[in-house]
Design a protein around this ligand. Structure first.
Ligand code: ADP
Length: 256
C-alpha cells in the first residue's frame, strides 16, 4: 500500500460544532486505486470528514491535500474541479426531472463558459454537447440504466435511485469518488449490485474510492483498507478483517 501515490492526505483535521468537537485531529491517507472504507458508529464524524474534504465545511485545523496539492479551505466547486465527486447519504436527486436529466447535471463541472466559446457559440456548443453526450451514454450503459432513462426519477425504486446518483457522480469523470452510505435502505440483491458497480468503476475507470458504509459484509468484500472513527478519533486502521476485528470496533458497534 505504501508504494502507491497518496490521492487524499488529511493531517490533524479539526472541526467543532458549537462545543462539540466532531473531529479531533484526524489524519488519514487514501492511496491511488484503492477502496478505503470509513466506518464507525453514528455520530462518530464520518460525514463531517467528507464535508471537510469536499470543501462544504472548512476545517478549523489541519491540512488537506489532493494529489499533493494543498486544498485546505477551498470551496466545494474548486474541489470538484480537481475531479472529486461525491454522493450523499440522503438522496439528492431532482424530483420532476428524468433519470437522464439528473445524470446530465453531473456534467456541469465540465461546462466552463469562455469568451472564445461565446464567439463561436454554435460550433462550440455542438462540439461540447457531443463530448458530454458520449460520456453520459457510456455511463448509462455501464450502470445499466438504459430502460429507465426517460422515467421521472421519483417513480423508480430506491435501489435504482441510488444507482442514478452514482451515475451522476461518474459522468463528471472523477479520479476520486466519495460515497456516503450508497447502500443505505437496500435489500441484499441491490447491495450486491452496487458493490459490483463500485468494483467495476475502480477496475474499468481507475477511480480511487472512499466509502462510508455500515454493512460490514460489504466493507470486508470490497475495501482494501479500513479506517474506524469513534467520537471524532481514529480507533483502528488496517486491512478490513483486521480493522473490523479490533475490540474497540466490536464494542463501538455493539454499543451503538
Ligand atoms: P457520522 O457521519 O459518523 O454519523 P457526523 O459527521 O454526521 O457523524 O456527526 C458527527 C457529530 O457532529 C455528531 O455529534 C453530529 O451531531 C455533529 N454534527 C454534524 N454536522 C453538524 C452540524 N452541521 N451542526 C451541528 N452539529 C453537527
Amino acid at each position: 500500500r505504501a508504494d502507491r501515490p497518496v490521492v487524499l492526505g488529511c493531517q490533524g483535521i479539526e472541526r467543532s460544532f458549537g462545543g462539540l468537537r466532531a473531529l479531533k485531529g484526524v489524519s488519514l491517507e487514501v492511496r491511488e486505486g484503492e477502496i478505503l472504507g470509513l466506518v464507525g458508529p453514528n455520530g462518530s464524524g464520518k460525514t463531517t470528514m467528507v464535508n471537510v474534504v469536499t470543501g462544504f465545511y472548512p476545517p478549523q485545523g489541519g491540512k488537506i491535500t489532493l494529489y499533493g496539492d494543498d486544498v485546505t479551505g477551498l470551496a466545494p466547486h474548486k474541489v470538484a474541479q480537481r475531479r472529486v465527486a461525491r454522493t450523499f447519504q440522503n438522496l439528492a436527486l431532482f424530483k420532476g426531472m428524468s433519470v437522464l436529466d439528473n445524470i446530465l447535471i453531473g456534467r456541469h463541472v465540465h461546462m466552463r463558459p469562455s469568451a472564445l466559446g461565446a464567439l463561436f457559440y454554435w460550433w462550440w456548443a455542438e462540439r461540447e454537447e457531443l463530448a458530454h453526450r458520449r460520456v453520459v451514454e457510456d455511463v448509462i450503459e455501464f450502470m445499466q440504466l438504459q430502460d429507465i432513462r426517460d422515467e421521472p426519477v421519483e417513480v423508480i425504486p430506491l435501489g435504482l435511485q441510488k444507482r442514478v446518483e452514482l451515475a451522476r457522480a461518474l459522468v463528471s469523470e472523477p479520479r476520486f469518488l466519495i460515497l456516503d452510505e450508497p447502500m443505505a435502505g437496500m435489500n441484499q440483491e441491490e447491495k450486491e449490485y452496487i458493490a459490483r458497480f463500485i468494483l467495476d468503476a475502480r477496475e474499468a475507470r481507475g477511480v480511487t474510492i472512499l466509502i462510508i458504509e455500515h454493512h460490514m459484509d460489504v466493507v470486508t468484500a470490497i475495501c482494501d483498507h479500513v479506517v474506524v472513527l469513534s467520537y471524532g478519533e481514529i480507533i483502528a486502521e488496517g486491512p478490513p478483517a483486521q480493522a473490523i476485528a479490533h475490540p474497540s470496533v466490536v464494542s463501538a458497534y455493539l454499543g451503538e
